[in-house]
Each structure stands twice: as structure tokens, then as C-alpha cells.
Design a protein around this ligand. Structure first.
Ligand SMILES: Nc1ncnc2c1ncn2[C@@H]1O[C@H](COP(=O)(O)OP(=O)(O)OP(=O)(O)O)[C@@H](O)[C@H]1O
Ligand SMILES: [Mg+2]
Length: 507
């Protein structure tokens, strides 16, 4: 039976002071369905690269498995989807049917094979890559955040697809998704890396119990110290009282309750309290080391100006977007008022992001119908693609006319390590890039927010920080997000984009 044995693995990137991985030991079985979890920048993607032998490390990785990685880097995106899929699967034309079998399970129509790969929606690109990868049943799959660009149906399709497979590690911050597809968890914690049996919920219960246990232990110790100290003081008072009484009552000179006896008892209790306190200090220090595995969540701020005086911010009437002849969506009509949070929902490829870009005038797409967008609005835009950023944070601050310190402060709140403040964004993890983009967007003085898939790539804690900040300020906002819970929690209104003449088959 195939296994991956990781022994005493240590690794750091050349620019790092401390090891990213320090003496890690893991054993993984080829039949397991694993979820790899951990906050942004903890090394999930790096671990995949190490397993594939792309980075040099200390220690040993013993395995007889073949690995395939998602997402593959597609060098020529102008090639047809078919050519790309065949390359990923390592198959010849006549074996295309094997990929088609997998495509059918993922609700992908055969017609998309003829399109240039770059014309597929991100969700279709994801599914096609998965179909091609899983054609080879013997490979062990390393899937790095496959759900990011998938719509709700797409996520469910991939969920079902993976339920029927085994032998993979999937990185994801989507808890519902993980609960459906995994039977083991590898958790990269602040202090260690561990494998657990069970799904995300089992892991979370375990972790919560562990955290709670540590906190209770600390409280218990503190209580114990307090009680002992109080009792020592009480005894001391009592002994002093007795001392006074001694001289009040005649004939009591030889009483057993002499000051010496009582006083020494009080002193002993006090000494014991001191000892316990000392031990407790040491214990607390050790516990704090353990408490390092507990994550904290700090509230964020939004530089919301709310300066617009008109009530109506956006009016859309019979709007359809198109690239060349391809119409993306059915005609849309809606209005948006100041202070409203409007969620754009709908399947992949129906033009939600394109619509946002059209408002911002950063797309070549054409529009028919009408739309009026208040020109005086100061807009803060969070793009779907964090890879657009480059340079250092200090360069970005200058470019955006923001204070570098403010960006750093936001990043600290987002759990971003101080050591990375001066690194180039290009060298950062996906989530770290997204955090830089987010830290900037929150600081831009704005009266209108356009967020395109804000949760993608972000870890669980950061996700809940975003929900909290949006709820707190309740700004005028257009948001695209496939996470149903998020939409339900923050949106006042949902606008559904329906396919124009696209060929997505997910119903
Ligand atoms: N090529 C590189 N050079 C220097 N540092 C790097 C490089 N790639 C990643 N890092 C750093 O290594 C750490 C781990 O990165 P990695 O991409 O493995 O994290 P991750 O757990 O996948 O995070 P995310 O959830 O954001 O995708 C991060 O601090 C990152 O900034
Ligand atoms: Mg990653």
C-alpha cells in the first residue's frame, strides 16, 4: 500500500529568519481523503511543492506515489481546452474519451473542448483541469484551493465528484466543503503540524476543546493562587488577634494558642502560597507557549466616507454584456440605493465580474441596454485577482497615496507576520497577497465599495473579520461572492445573473 512518510522535515525560504517547518513528522496513507488547513502563509502551498520535490529541504520524504497538482500552470491559454486537457492528463487524441468520462461527472459539456482555454470561465477551467487530472486513477492528487472560483452549484458538483474519489490532499478554507469530502485533517497550527482522523467539524471540536482546556487550566491556577493568598492573610490576621487577646485575659499566658505557633502556621501557609505562585508562573509560561496555538480575531475598520448626497447610486435597465458575439447574461434591471449592500449571484461565466469591471471602465466588454452610475462616487475596488499587485508594500502605499504604517497596522490585525512587511508581494502566499489588497482597500477613502469574491484565498478567521467589518459600517456595496452563508449574512438584496448564450451545463 502506498504511503507518504515525512520525517524530520525542516524548511525555510532563503529570505526567512526562522524555519517555516521545523522537524515535522507525518504519515499519510494513499487511500485517505485529506484536508490541509491552516491560516494564510503557514506553508500549505509550500508543503505541496516540497512533496513534489520542487524545493530542497532537510529531512526525508519517503513515498512510492506519483503526484499531480492543481492548479497547473497553463503556458498557452490560447490553445483549445482539448489540447490543454490532453497535456494535463498526458494522453493522446484517441484517449480523449477518458477525459470526457470525467467531464460528464463534473457536468461539463463536451462542446467546451473546442473553445480556446482562456475563454472558459474560471469555474469551467477548474473543472476541466480536475477532470484531466483524475483521468489517471493511480496518481495521488494535490489540490490547492480548487473551490475558489466555483459557483454554488460548481462547488456541490466538485464535492460530489471528490466524495467518489480517494487518495488526495485538498487545501481549502471552505468548511462546508471540507466536511463533505474529507476523512482526515492535516492542520498547520501556529506551533506544530498534526494529522487528525475525521472531517473539519471533528477537528474544530477537538481544537476548541484543546484551547478551552488550556484556558481553563490557566484560570484554575490563578484561582488557586488567589485562594491560598487569601487564606494566608486570614491566618495572619487571626494570629495577630489571638496575640492581642492573650494579654487581655488573665491566666491565659500558657494557652496553646500562642503567637509563635499561630504565627508560624500563617508563615508556612504564606510560604506555600509563594511556592505555588512561583510554580504557577512557570506553568503559566509553559501554558502560554501552548496558548500560541490559539488564534485571535481583531476588529477591522473601514474608511467609509458616505459623502454622496443622491439617494440613487446605480440604475441598470435591460443591461446585457458581451464579448464579440458571446452574450454573457440575460437582460438585467435593478436599482441600488445609498447604504445598500447588493450581492450579485449566479453561475460561473454569467458576467458578474465583467459587470463590476464595466462600472469601473476596466474591461473591453461591450454593453447593450442602459446603466447610470453616479460619477462622483469615490470607489474602493477589491479585485478577484490578488496577483495583479506587485512591488513592496511601501511602494504600493506611495502609489495609492496611503500611509505605510496604516497598511502595516491592518495587516497585523489580519494576522499577517511582521517579518514579511518588506517582502515583495510577488513572493507572498495567495492569502497574503489578498490580505495586502484588502488592507489597502479598507484604507481607501470611499463612499462605494466593489468587492469581487472577497473571501477567496482567505483563512477562516479573516473571513469572519470581513463579515464583521461590513456589518458594522454597512456601506454602499456591490459584492460578488459564491459563499452562501456570507451573502445571507450581509446582503440586503440579491441580483441573479442568468446565462445569455453560454454553454455551462450546471443547472
Ligand atoms: N518564493 C518564495 N520566496 C520567499 N518566501 C515565500 C515564497 N513563497 C512563499 N513564501 C512565504 O512562505 C510562507 C508560506 O507560503 P505558502 O504559500 O506556502 O502559504 P499557504 O499556507 O499556502 O498560504 P495561503 O493560505 O495564503 O495560500 C509565507 O510566509 C510566504 O510569504
Ligand atoms: Mg497557498
Amino acid at each position: 500500500m502506498g504511503t507518504i512518510q515525512i520525517q524530520n522535515l525542516s524548511f525555510k525560504y532563503p529570505n526567512m529568519v526562522q524555519n517555516l517547518f521545523d522537524q515535522v513528522n507525518l504519515q499519510i496513507d494513499e487511500s485517505w481523503k485529506l484536508g490541509l488547513i491552516g491560516r494564510n502563509g503557514r506553508g500549505k502551498t509550500t508543503l505541496f511543492k516540497i512533496i513534489q520535490g520542487q524545493l530542497s529541504y532537510q529531512g526525508e520524504i519517503i513515498t512510492n506515489l506519483n503526484f499531480t497538482y492543481f492548479p497547473q500552470e497553463i503556458k498557452d491559454k490560447k490553445q483549445s481546452a482539448q489540447e490543454v486537457a490532453l497535456q494535463i492528463a498526458g494522453l493522446e487524441d484517441y484517449d480523449l474519451w477518458q477525459i470526457q468520462v470525467e467531464m460528464a461527472k463534473l457536468n461539463l459539456a463536451d462542446e467546451i473542448l473546442l473553445l480556446p482555454f482562456q475563454e472558459l470561465s474560471p469555474g469551467q477551467q477548474t473543472k476541466l483541469q480536475l477532470a484531466a487530472m483524475f483521468t489517471n486513477q493511480n496518481d495521488f492528487q494535490l489540490l490547492d484551493e480548487p473551490t475558489n472560483h466555483l459557483d454554488i452549484q460548481g462547488r456541490q458538483t466538485v464535492e460530489k465528484y471528490l466524495q467518489a474519489k480517494q487518495g488526495f490532499i485538498v487545501i481549502s478554507h471552505d468548511q462546508q466543503f471540507l466536511n463533505k469530502v474529507i476523512d482526515h485533517v492535516i492542520s498547520i497550527n501556529r506551533n506544530d503540524i498534526k494529522v487528525y482522523r475525521g472531517n473539519f467539524d471533528t477537528w474544530q471540536d477537538n481544537k476548541a476543546q484543546q484551547d478551552e482546556f488550556e484556558l481553563q487550566e490557566k484560570k484554575k491556577l490563578q484561582k488557586e493562587i488567589k485562594k491560598l493568598k487569601e487564606s494566608a492573610v486570614k491566618k495572619e490576621n487571626w494570629s495577630q488577634q489571638k496575640e492581642k487577646d492573650k494579654y487581655k485575659k488573665p491566666g491565659m499566658e500558657n494557652a496553646k494558642l500562642d503567637k509563635g505557633f499561630i504565627g508560624s502556621r500563617a508563615a508556612r501557609v504564606m510560604k506555600r502560597a509563594k511556592q505555588i505562585e512561583q510554580r504557577a508562573d512557570n506553568d503559566v509560561a509553559a501554558k502560554e507557549e501552548l496558548l500560541k496555538n490559539i488564534e485571535v480575531e481583531e476588529p477591522l475598520r473601514l474608511n467609509y466616507q458616505d459623502d454622496v448626497h443622491t439617494k440613487e447610486i446605480l440604475t441598470v435597465k435591460d443591461l446585457q454584456l458581451n464579448f464579440d458575439q458571446k452574450v454573457l447574461n440575460k437582460p438585467l434591471t435593478f436599482k441600488m440605493k445609498k447604504g445598500e449592500i447588493v450581492a450579485l449571484v449566479g453561475v460561473n461565466g454569467t458576467g458578474k465580474s465583467t459587470f463590476l469591471k464595466k462600472l469601473l471602465q476596466i474591461t473591453a466588454a461591450q454593453a447593450t441596454g442602459e446603466y447610470q452610475f453616479n460619477k462622483n462616487l469615490k470607489v474602493a475596488y477589491l479585485s478577484q485577482d490578488a496577483n495583479e499587485l506587485s512591488g513592496t508594500i511601501s511602494e504600493l502605499a506611495e502609489e495609492k497615496d496611503l500611509s505605510e504604517t496604516d497598511i502595516f497596522n491592518n495587516l497585523r490585525k489580519l494576522g499577517f507576520e511582521r517579518e514579511l512587511f518588506h517582502n515583495r508581494v510577488e513572493t507572498m502566499s495567495q492569502g497574503q497577497k489578498k490580505k495586502v489588497a484588502l488592507a489597502i482597500t479598507l484604507l481607501i477613502p470611499a463612499d462605494f465599495y466593489i468587492f469581487d469574491e472577497p473571501l477567496n484565498y482567505l483563512d477562516v478567521i479573516t473571513r469572519s473579520q470581513i463579515i464583521e467589518v461590513i456589518k458594522k459600517y454597512h456601506p454602499s456595496m456591490l459584492v460578488v461572492e459564491h459563499d452562501q452563508t456570507f451573502i445571507d449574512e450581509i446582503a440586503d438584496k440579491k441580483i441573479t445573473f442568468e446565462p445569455g448564450n453560454t454553454i455551462e451545463t450546471d443547472a
